[in-house]
Design a protein around this ligand. Structure first.
Ligand code: PLP
Length: 487
């Protein structure tokens, strides 16, 4: 059996003993079939031979090495690592939903289609947009859909536009999406308050403004700040025939309070795995529905669920000028079920409660940490707070060291070195689902670390002291990963 502290060095191959088996087969009750010819057979595949308890213990121990939202506080900014209520898991496992086959005909999958249609309507209501497609499988996938929609819209409306504007605080997927869709990406700076520099936006639009297809804006921004001029920004873009794209990864700050459609957004993606509760620590399945105005609805990706007015039957359709399909089948259906269960179990009041608690929690953390760490923008934050380790860096302790030291105190580190425009950034998103006691324990640890950074900086620089593996060579791990067992 692998030693608990032997983090990954012992593999099932090392535990293997010739002839050991984990299961027994019943006596053969069918005629023996002949083996294929010898040249098709291999006998050197060296599969591990293990007992059943060996296998169970090996994988159970591996699973316990994961830090997860079910085991601890996980303030990973921008990712909304919130608690995922078990009721959603129960719903996703209902056999009528879990066992539905993607090749089934529409007539035999009316329940699943009704759920998707219901979710389309709920998300349209929540975002204040006209219609929604559930097809994209992640936030970045939703961005790609949205930008392709913007492109198709302009092409059908007076010709192509080549430029997409992106604030310098944006998530990297925004410029990457625009570039992948064939646009020239132009960065718009932030002003000293952390807002979009309105005059820089105006200048970019005035220089050949009819060449701008869209501005991609995250609201609240990745600095955790609400954009006070959002409606003016929307108006300015629309005056130039450009569209306002909304990155909705931070919808947790606005649920039940603000509808992006009311603010002037034309197209807006949601991350169901962030805001609407799906476990998503390890890059697992996600969903990035895209919500649009009536003018853009004909371009939505397929499949889209429609309900026939007279028969009330649901069917999958391809909208009239659809940008097409983005992937196989109907997206990550299990994630859609969880989001649907989450929204219905909370109701409108419950959703509003989420944004209230998420914003309150982040401001509580801000208030407790503001004297120990530099606050680059001294304003009330939304659902996450960005602080800077620049003061500690002056003492030779970097943000990376602070993040590693948090591991010793039992916390998942926050997002670090993002957004790029904040020196030594730490982006802390506590989410709505944490108690005051947990927030206090985290803040206490951050305050102790700030003291350690002055009194015993080496302790922080050498952290984590209590993790089985300490500092990995991240470049080698990424560039020369050892993925193959050798005898
Ligand atoms: C997470 C995130 C994305 C990308 O979403 P994925 O689901 O990871 O593809 C885009 N923008 C922001 C602000 C995000 O936080």
């Amino acid at each position: 059996m692998a030693d608990r502290d032997d983090f990954g060095a012992t593999l099932t191959f090392d535990l293997s003993r010739p002839g050991r088996v984990g299961c027994t087969l019943p006596p053969l009750d069918v005629p023996e079939a002949p083996l294929p010819s010898g040249d098709l057979l291999r006998d050197d595949i060296t599969l591990p031979e293990l007992s059943q308890p060996d296998v169970v213990r090996y994988f159970t121990q591996l699973s316990q090495r994961n830090f997860s939202i079910d085991t601890g506080f996980y303030p990973l900014g921008s990712c909304s690592m919130k608690y995922n209520p078990r009721i959603n898991e129960v719903a996703a496992r209902l056999s009528g939903l879990a066992d539905v086959h993607p090749m089934q005909s529409d007539e035999t999958a009316q329940g699943a289609l009704a759920l998707m249609h219901g979710l389309q309507r709920l998300l349209a209501e929540i975002t204040g947009m006209h219609d929604v497609s559930l097809a994209p499988d992640a936030g970045a996938h939703g961005e790609l859909a949205g930008i392709l929609i913007a492109s198709a819209y302009h092409n059908s409306n007076g010709g192509p536009r080549r430029r997409v504007l992106v604030p310098d605080s944006a998530h990297g997927t925004n410029p990457a999406t625009a570039a992948m869709a064939g646009f020239q990406v132009e960065s718009i700076p932030s002003d000293t308050d952390g807002n979009l520099d309105f005059e820089a936006l105006r200048a970019a639009l005035d220089s050949n403004g009819d060449s701008v297809a869209a501005l991609m804006l995250t609201l609240p921004s990745t600095l955790g700040l609400f954009e006070p001029r959002i409606t003016q920004i929307a108006d300015l873009l629309h005056d130039h025939g450009a569209l306002l794209y909304g990155d909705g990864a931070n919808m947790n700050a606005m649920l039940g309070r603000v509808k992006p459609g009311d603010l002037g957004f034309d197209v807006f993606h949601l991350n169901l795995h962030k805001t609407f509760s799906t476990p998503h620590g390890g890059g697992g399945p996600g969903a990035g529905p895209i919500a649009v105005t009536a003018a853009l609805a004909p371009f939505l990706p397929a499949p889209h669920v429609r309900q026939d007015k007279s028969s009330a039957r649901f069917s999958l359709e391809t909208p009239e000028h659809s940008i097409g399909r983005l992937g196989l089948f109907h997206g990550n259906f299990g994630v859609l079920v969880r989001a649907y269960a989450y929204i219905l179990s909370l109701g409108a009041e419950g959703l509003r409660g989420i944004s209230e608690a998420a914003v309150l929690n982040a401001n509580y953390v801000l208030t407790r940490l503001r004297d120990a760490y530099r606050l680059p923008y001294d304003r009330r934050c939304m659902h996450e707070v960005v602080i800077s380790g620049s003061r500690q860096k002056a003492n030779g302790v970097k943000t990376l060291d602070i993040a590693k030291r948090l591991i010793d105190y039992g916390f998942h580190p926050p997002t670090i070195y993002f957004p790029l425009i904040v020196d030594e950034a730490m982006m802390i998103e506590p989410t709505e689902s944490e108690t005051k006691e947990t927030l206090d324990a985290f803040c206490d640890a951050m305050l102790v670390i700030a003291k350690e950074a002055e009194a015993t900086p080496d302790l922080v620089r050498e952290a984590p002291a209590r993790a089985p593996l300490r500092r990995l060579d991240e470049a080698t791990a990424a560039r020369k990963p050892v993925l193959r067992w050798t005898r």
